[in-house]
Design a protein around this ligand. Sequence first.
Ligand SMILES: [Zn+2]
Length: 160
Amino acid sequence: MGSDIPSIKFDKSRVSEDIKKALYADINGLPYIPTQLREALYGAALESISKGRDLALLTRWLVEQDVPGIDKGQASAIARFLNNRATVRMRINREASNGISESIWIHSGAPCLCPNAAEHLRANGTRYGLRDGLLINGVPSWPGMDEGCKCTWKAVIPGF
Ligand SMILES: [Zn+2]
């Protein structure tokens, strides 16, 4: 006899090799994380992402490591950052596999708390290649990727 409460099932196959590789690169770019902890952080982050964005799990794990420079707030920001980026990449993969190749940048209306906030506001409504991203200050960028970015995007459905 199982429970009748439906559980939200996250499709783990979405965490593909390219998602894992990009996650590893994100972790290597994080400040304060000691080199010897990176492998374990990768494992914890992968678990958090594979559970469908379990931010509490990754935040708790990071706090337990007691890393100098990383308090509860920073742990939670790192958990959000790593999950946000993976979520964006998984959505890109899903849309690309559905035949979508173009997107429209959508600004949330609230200022992004990232260094390119003004550019993100200007990008609102701009069409760009789903995989290529939009060049912002010469760097390929995707909505929701940068820390503090609240932007999202709309898929351009082929034929419309
Ligand atoms: Zn933004």
